[in-house]
Write a protein that binds this ligand. Structure first.
Ligand SMILES: [Mg+2]
Ligand SMILES: [Zn+2]
Length: 204
């Protein structure tokens, strides 16, 4: 076989930027420490989230939620109840003109799997299961050290969501642990407008 015959390239597939969203504190209001969203009635969408999802859909981004839900392992919520919350979340966001391509949850306890963030198992699954997800151009948006650490392991851009009064301390904590952050914003909407859709077009 000649060298030329081997150099055939795979057919080009249009890349679409994938935005990985954490759930609690990004899409919905976080419950008090130690508590979990256990039913749809406790799921409170944060301001600007429907608009942010609309903008991402319009920019042609893939949007994938990756969430740690240890409450399942602790018996605080059943896997079925979690699925039902996610079904209704997707429905509510779709009605507002947004779209979630997929929702991946880790229901496990600390140290018992490779999918609980900062593990990257769920991101790898998304890469395998969803067409057009490229980790090299993906962006991770989250509010915890675990989210930023997962992004660093993946080599993705990472955007920290933090209230203005806590942002400096959060960024310093990340810096001292050597975890890079590409940008920070006060809300998902601010992150999308300032840091995501402005960069979306070149990879569409
Ligand atoms: Mg969170
Ligand atoms: Zn897991």
């Amino acid at each position: 076989m000649t060298r030329a015959a081997n150099s055939r390239e795979a057919p080009a597939r249009p890349a679409r930027r994938c935005v990985f969203l954490d759930r609690d504190g990004i899409i919905n209001r976080k419950r008090p420490e130690g508590d979990y969203v256990k039913a749809w009635e406790e799921f409170e969408l944060l301001p600007g989230v429907p608009e942010a999802l609309r903008l991402l859909a319009r920019a042609g981004c893939r949007v994938v939620v990756v969430t740690n839900q240890r409450g399942v392992a602790l018996g605080r919520i059943s896997a079925q109840a979690l699925e039902e919350i996610h079904r209704r979340m997707r429905e509510a966001l779709a009605q507002a003109g947004g779209r979630l391509d997929a929702v991946y949850s880790c229901p496990h306890d600390h140290g018992s799997c490779d999918c609980r963030k900062p593990g990257i198992g769920l991101f790898r699954r998304a890469e395998q299961e969803l067409a057009g997800v490229e980790l090299s151009t993906a962006i991770v948006i989250g509010d915890s050290v675990k989210d930023m650490e997962a992004a660093a392991r993946l080599g993705c851009r990472a955007i920290l969501i933090a209230e203005p009064d806590t942002a400096a301390a959060r960024l310093e904590a990340l810096r001292s642990r050597g975890i890079p952050v590409s940008a920070h914003a006060a809300s998902l909407l601010e992150a999308v407008v300032e840091h995501v859709i402005t960069h979306a077009h070149p990879v569409l």
